[in-house]
Ligand binder design. Sequence first.
Ligand code: ZN
Length: 331
Amino acid sequence: MRPSPIAPTVDFDADGVQHGFLKLPYSRDDAAWGSVMIPVTVVKNGAGPTALLTGANHGDEYEGPIALFDLAQSLRAEEVSGRVIIIPAMNQPAFAAGTRTSPIDKGNMNRSFPGRPDGTVTEKIADYFQRVLLPIADVVLDFHSGGKTLDFLPFCAAHILPDKRQEAEAFRLVRAFGAPYSVKMLEIDSVGMYDTAAEEMGKVFVTTELGGGGTASARTAEIARRGCRNLLIAAGILKGEPEARPTEWLDMPDGTCFTFAEDAGLIRFCADLGDDVALGQTIALIYPTGRTGVPPIALKARRGGLFSARHFPGLVKPGDCVAVIADRIAD
Ligand code: ZN
């Protein structure tokens, strides 16, 4: 396969702190020989494991970029044993536009793996992670949040995996992250995901959903900052003491966790995130907006449990994910 067109301006093997870019040539109307410039920081100090930290895999999710721009400007080499590679805006064009997918090619980074060196801009970035960055990583932390259309109770998560040693190490780091909630995820549609690419290479992969609505709160930004440091300490890469926090474990075992809209309209939630809901309870009403005098459509909970994620904007359309209900499980 041809080499990646992406050229890093940093040396991943050099000790010390380096701030630079992954430069991807992209010729366009406003920049004939221009490049997409993806900021990257490498902090390396001698031998040891490598952590690869990414935010803005989806461009409208903000806790990860906040934590990682902060870490990139504050982390010192003497605090590290091994290497930390920090990429706060993985899908940089999407992040710059404030959109989930890339405005250049509509590429959803988390459905673009393994990517292609001769593909679209999004596929070229995915290919660089697939063939250059993931192979040199031991631990991968990829931050997500709900984006503009979803809002989550803040959780850190890893996947149920066939390799139980790899799975156990991932859940050890999820616990260390110390988000208010921790989730054991069984991915229903894992094709093309960065998660899957990392896990198939045997990497220890941890992800998050830390809030949403196209912004970050003071509380969720702090969960991201603290969790990232806690994870690096637990991985043996960052010196210091973890800021331990209790976490409650959740499971999303099957499709009944998810409630989707089948109608368009104005949504009125009848429960809020963090509420316990019962099987059959009305969790939202959708009012048709084309005329008055029409009763709303009730959306019922398809299982009992913790109301963990919801649609964010006030209007819904058929197919939108309206609510996610999770099981509380023993640690
Ligand atoms: Zn995301």
